[in-house]
Design a protein around this ligand. Structure first.
Ligand code: ARG
Length: 264
Protein backbone atom coordinates (compact mmCIF):
# COMPACT_ATOMS: atom_id res chain seq x y z
CA UNK A 1 0.00 0.00 0.00
CA UNK A 2 1.36 3.44 -0.93
CA UNK A 3 1.19 5.51 2.20
CA UNK A 4 0.75 9.25 2.63
CA UNK A 5 3.09 10.60 5.31
CA UNK A 6 4.42 13.84 6.79
CA UNK A 7 8.04 14.49 7.76
CA UNK A 8 9.92 17.50 9.16
CA UNK A 9 13.51 18.13 7.95
CA UNK A 10 16.13 18.03 10.76
CA UNK A 11 17.41 21.58 10.10
CA UNK A 12 17.03 22.65 13.74
CA UNK A 13 17.34 19.20 15.32
CA UNK A 14 19.64 19.02 18.35
CA UNK A 15 19.86 18.17 22.03
CA UNK A 16 18.96 21.49 23.65
CA UNK A 17 17.29 20.04 26.77
CA UNK A 18 16.85 16.69 28.50
CA UNK A 19 13.36 15.23 28.78
CA UNK A 20 14.10 11.54 28.47
CA UNK A 21 16.89 9.19 29.56
CA UNK A 22 18.58 9.15 26.13
CA UNK A 23 19.05 12.92 25.94
CA UNK A 24 22.27 14.50 27.23
CA UNK A 25 23.01 18.06 26.15
CA UNK A 26 26.74 17.31 26.19
CA UNK A 27 26.12 14.52 23.66
CA UNK A 28 24.79 16.77 20.91
CA UNK A 29 23.82 15.70 17.43
CA UNK A 30 26.24 15.62 14.52
CA UNK A 31 24.22 17.65 11.97
CA UNK A 32 25.81 16.01 8.93
CA UNK A 33 25.13 12.49 10.19
CA UNK A 34 21.56 13.33 11.22
CA UNK A 35 20.86 14.97 7.85
CA UNK A 36 22.28 11.99 5.97
CA UNK A 37 20.23 9.50 8.01
CA UNK A 38 17.06 11.56 7.60
CA UNK A 39 17.69 11.91 3.82
CA UNK A 40 18.21 8.14 3.52
CA UNK A 41 14.88 7.52 5.25
CA UNK A 42 13.17 10.12 3.06
CA UNK A 43 14.56 8.37 -0.04
CA UNK A 44 13.39 4.94 1.10
CA UNK A 45 9.86 6.32 1.44
CA UNK A 46 9.73 8.51 -1.65
CA UNK A 47 11.89 6.59 -4.13
CA UNK A 48 12.10 2.94 -3.13
CA UNK A 49 8.52 2.64 -1.93
CA UNK A 50 7.01 5.49 -4.00
CA UNK A 51 5.10 6.78 -0.98
CA UNK A 52 3.78 10.32 -0.92
CA UNK A 53 6.02 12.28 1.48
CA UNK A 54 4.78 15.71 2.58
CA UNK A 55 7.11 18.13 4.35
CA UNK A 56 6.45 20.67 7.08
CA UNK A 57 8.74 23.68 7.54
CA UNK A 58 10.93 23.20 10.65
CA UNK A 59 10.90 25.96 13.28
CA UNK A 60 14.05 27.24 14.98
CA UNK A 61 13.96 26.59 18.73
CA UNK A 62 11.83 23.45 18.35
CA UNK A 63 14.53 20.78 17.99
CA UNK A 64 12.10 17.87 18.53
CA UNK A 65 9.72 18.97 15.79
CA UNK A 66 11.47 16.39 13.55
CA UNK A 67 9.51 13.76 15.47
CA UNK A 68 6.37 14.43 13.47
CA UNK A 69 4.45 11.41 14.72
CA UNK A 70 4.15 13.01 18.15
CA UNK A 71 1.91 15.91 17.04
CA UNK A 72 -1.37 14.02 16.80
CA UNK A 73 -3.18 10.74 16.24
CA UNK A 74 -5.20 10.21 13.07
CA UNK A 75 -7.88 7.53 12.75
CA UNK A 76 -10.72 7.33 10.22
CA UNK A 77 -10.22 10.96 9.21
CA UNK A 78 -10.44 12.26 12.78
CA UNK A 79 -7.44 13.94 14.35
CA UNK A 80 -6.68 14.34 18.05
CA UNK A 81 -3.98 16.99 18.50
CA UNK A 82 -1.27 16.54 21.10
CA UNK A 83 -1.02 18.17 24.49
CA UNK A 84 2.67 17.67 25.29
CA UNK A 85 3.77 17.06 28.86
CA UNK A 86 6.91 19.20 28.69
CA UNK A 87 6.77 22.95 27.93
CA UNK A 88 9.79 22.50 25.64
CA UNK A 89 7.59 20.72 23.10
CA UNK A 90 4.20 22.35 23.60
CA UNK A 91 4.60 24.95 20.83
CA UNK A 92 4.98 22.22 18.20
CA UNK A 93 1.27 21.42 18.14
CA UNK A 94 0.17 24.77 16.68
CA UNK A 95 2.53 24.48 13.69
CA UNK A 96 1.34 20.98 12.87
CA UNK A 97 -2.27 22.06 13.33
CA UNK A 98 -1.68 24.89 10.86
CA UNK A 99 -0.13 22.50 8.33
CA UNK A 100 -2.94 19.97 8.72
CA UNK A 101 -5.64 22.59 8.25
CA UNK A 102 -3.87 24.08 5.21
CA UNK A 103 -3.70 20.64 3.65
CA UNK A 104 -7.31 19.60 4.04
CA UNK A 105 -7.08 17.77 7.37
CA UNK A 106 -9.62 19.91 9.18
CA UNK A 107 -11.41 17.40 11.42
CA UNK A 108 -9.28 18.17 14.47
CA UNK A 109 -9.71 18.44 18.22
CA UNK A 110 -7.23 19.37 20.96
CA UNK A 111 -6.63 16.73 23.65
CA UNK A 112 -7.61 17.79 27.17
CA UNK A 113 -5.33 15.32 28.93
CA UNK A 114 -1.61 15.03 28.42
CA UNK A 115 -1.42 13.20 25.12
CA UNK A 116 1.59 12.71 22.84
CA UNK A 117 -0.04 11.51 19.61
CA UNK A 118 1.69 8.71 17.73
CA UNK A 119 4.49 8.62 20.29
CA UNK A 120 2.25 6.84 22.77
CA UNK A 121 -0.70 5.75 20.64
CA UNK A 122 -0.75 3.26 17.80
CA UNK A 123 -3.66 2.30 15.61
CA UNK A 124 -3.90 -1.47 15.13
CA UNK A 125 -6.81 -2.48 12.92
CA UNK A 126 -9.95 -1.11 14.57
CA UNK A 127 -8.23 -0.64 17.95
CA UNK A 128 -5.86 1.87 19.48
CA UNK A 129 -2.97 0.73 21.70
CA UNK A 130 -2.42 3.55 24.19
CA UNK A 131 0.69 3.96 26.33
CA UNK A 132 0.83 6.02 29.53
CA UNK A 133 3.17 6.38 32.47
CA UNK A 134 5.78 8.91 31.35
CA UNK A 135 4.17 11.27 28.82
CA UNK A 136 0.50 10.70 28.03
CA UNK A 137 -2.04 10.56 30.89
CA UNK A 138 -3.92 7.34 31.58
CA UNK A 139 -7.14 9.34 31.16
CA UNK A 140 -6.22 10.10 27.55
CA UNK A 141 -7.45 6.55 26.79
CA UNK A 142 -11.01 7.55 27.83
CA UNK A 143 -10.74 10.71 25.79
CA UNK A 144 -9.79 8.62 22.72
CA UNK A 145 -12.60 6.12 23.35
CA UNK A 146 -15.07 8.95 23.29
CA UNK A 147 -13.55 10.87 20.37
CA UNK A 148 -12.70 8.00 18.05
CA UNK A 149 -15.48 5.68 19.27
CA UNK A 150 -13.29 2.58 19.22
CA UNK A 151 -11.68 0.08 21.58
CA UNK A 152 -8.61 1.49 23.32
CA UNK A 153 -6.18 -0.91 24.97
CA UNK A 154 -4.41 0.91 27.78
CA UNK A 155 -0.79 -0.09 28.45
CA UNK A 156 1.28 1.15 31.37
CA UNK A 157 4.91 1.85 30.50
CA UNK A 158 7.34 1.12 33.35
CA UNK A 159 10.82 1.42 31.80
CA UNK A 160 12.02 5.05 31.40
CA UNK A 161 14.23 4.12 28.42
CA UNK A 162 11.01 3.30 26.55
CA UNK A 163 9.09 6.39 27.71
CA UNK A 164 6.94 6.49 24.55
CA UNK A 165 5.01 3.35 23.58
CA UNK A 166 6.34 3.49 20.00
CA UNK A 167 9.90 2.90 21.27
CA UNK A 168 8.99 -0.57 22.55
CA UNK A 169 6.02 -1.61 20.40
CA UNK A 170 5.46 -1.73 16.64
CA UNK A 171 2.23 -2.38 14.77
CA UNK A 172 3.27 -4.54 11.81
CA UNK A 173 -0.21 -5.25 10.42
CA UNK A 174 -3.83 -5.18 11.57
CA UNK A 175 -3.30 -8.30 13.68
CA UNK A 176 0.46 -8.42 14.30
CA UNK A 177 2.46 -6.47 16.85
CA UNK A 178 6.12 -6.70 17.88
CA UNK A 179 7.05 -5.54 21.37
CA UNK A 180 9.55 -5.63 24.21
CA UNK A 181 7.59 -7.13 27.14
CA UNK A 182 9.82 -5.54 29.81
CA UNK A 183 8.73 -2.04 28.84
CA UNK A 184 5.16 -2.48 30.12
CA UNK A 185 3.73 -3.94 33.34
CA UNK A 186 2.31 -7.42 33.71
CA UNK A 187 -1.38 -6.49 33.55
CA UNK A 188 -0.66 -4.54 30.37
CA UNK A 189 1.06 -7.55 28.82
CA UNK A 190 -2.06 -9.61 29.58
CA UNK A 191 -4.33 -6.97 28.03
CA UNK A 192 -2.13 -6.89 24.93
CA UNK A 193 -2.21 -10.69 24.59
CA UNK A 194 -6.01 -10.66 24.74
CA UNK A 195 -6.29 -7.88 22.16
CA UNK A 196 -3.73 -8.90 19.52
CA UNK A 197 -3.70 -12.34 17.82
CA UNK A 198 -0.03 -12.37 16.72
CA UNK A 199 2.67 -11.05 19.03
CA UNK A 200 6.40 -11.06 18.28
CA UNK A 201 8.62 -10.62 21.33
CA UNK A 202 11.85 -8.66 21.19
CA UNK A 203 14.69 -8.83 23.73
CA UNK A 204 16.03 -5.82 25.61
CA UNK A 205 19.14 -5.90 23.42
CA UNK A 206 17.00 -5.81 20.26
CA UNK A 207 14.75 -3.06 21.61
CA UNK A 208 17.73 -0.83 22.45
CA UNK A 209 18.60 -0.64 18.75
CA UNK A 210 15.24 1.12 18.14
CA UNK A 211 14.07 -1.55 15.71
CA UNK A 212 10.67 -1.55 17.43
CA UNK A 213 10.32 2.08 16.42
CA UNK A 214 9.02 0.95 13.06
CA UNK A 215 6.74 1.99 10.23
CA UNK A 216 4.80 -0.66 8.32
CA UNK A 217 2.32 -0.67 5.44
CA UNK A 218 1.31 -4.20 6.38
CA UNK A 219 3.89 -5.69 4.03
CA UNK A 220 7.14 -3.77 4.29
CA UNK A 221 8.65 -2.72 7.62
CA UNK A 222 10.96 0.30 7.67
CA UNK A 223 13.12 0.57 10.77
CA UNK A 224 16.57 0.85 12.37
CA UNK A 225 19.10 -1.63 11.00
CA UNK A 226 20.88 -1.84 14.36
CA UNK A 227 19.60 -5.28 15.44
CA UNK A 228 19.88 -7.91 12.71
CA UNK A 229 18.20 -10.56 14.89
CA UNK A 230 15.08 -8.37 15.22
CA UNK A 231 14.97 -7.75 11.47
CA UNK A 232 15.21 -11.52 10.99
CA UNK A 233 12.19 -12.02 13.27
CA UNK A 234 10.25 -9.63 11.01
CA UNK A 235 11.33 -11.57 7.90
CA UNK A 236 10.45 -14.89 9.55
CA UNK A 237 6.95 -13.52 10.18
CA UNK A 238 6.58 -12.91 6.44
CA UNK A 239 7.41 -9.21 6.14
CA UNK A 240 9.81 -7.42 3.82
CA UNK A 241 12.29 -5.29 5.73
CA UNK A 242 13.98 -1.98 4.90
CA UNK A 243 16.63 -1.46 7.56
CA UNK A 244 18.35 1.92 7.77
CA UNK A 245 20.89 3.72 10.00
CA UNK A 246 19.05 6.07 12.31
CA UNK A 247 20.96 6.15 15.60
CA UNK A 248 21.84 9.85 15.47
CA UNK A 249 18.19 10.38 16.38
CA UNK A 250 18.45 7.95 19.30
CA UNK A 251 20.54 10.64 21.03
CA UNK A 252 17.15 12.32 21.40
CA UNK A 253 15.26 9.10 22.11
CA UNK A 254 13.85 8.80 18.60
CA UNK A 255 13.95 6.61 15.49
CA UNK A 256 12.22 5.87 12.18
CA UNK A 257 8.63 5.82 13.44
CA UNK A 258 9.05 9.03 15.46
CA UNK A 259 10.18 10.84 12.29
CA UNK A 260 7.10 9.70 10.38
CA UNK A 261 3.50 10.85 10.74
CA UNK A 262 1.06 8.61 8.88
CA UNK A 263 -1.69 10.71 7.28
CA UNK A 264 -3.73 7.67 6.19
N1 ARG B 1 13.27 14.07 22.30
C1 ARG B 1 11.93 13.69 22.02
C2 ARG B 1 11.14 13.64 23.30
O1 ARG B 1 11.68 13.22 24.30
C3 ARG B 1 11.90 12.38 21.29
C4 ARG B 1 10.54 11.99 20.84
C5 ARG B 1 10.54 10.71 20.07
N2 ARG B 1 9.26 10.42 19.56
C6 ARG B 1 8.66 9.21 19.63
N3 ARG B 1 7.56 9.05 18.96
N4 ARG B 1 9.14 8.25 20.38
O2 ARG B 1 9.99 13.97 23.37
Amino acid sequence: MKKNILMCPPKFFGIEYEINSWMHTENDVNQDVATKQWDDLYNIYSQKLSWNVNLIEPIKGLPDMVFATDCCLIKDGKILLSNFRYPERQAETQYFEKWLHANGFTNTQHAQNRFEGGGDNLVCGDKILAGHGFRSDEAAADEMREYFGCEVVSLKIVDPDFYHLDTSLAVLSDDTVAYYPGAIDEESRERLKKAIPNLIEATHEEAKGFGLNAVSDGRTIITSNESESLLQKYRDAGFEVEGTSILEFRKSGGGVKCLTLSLD
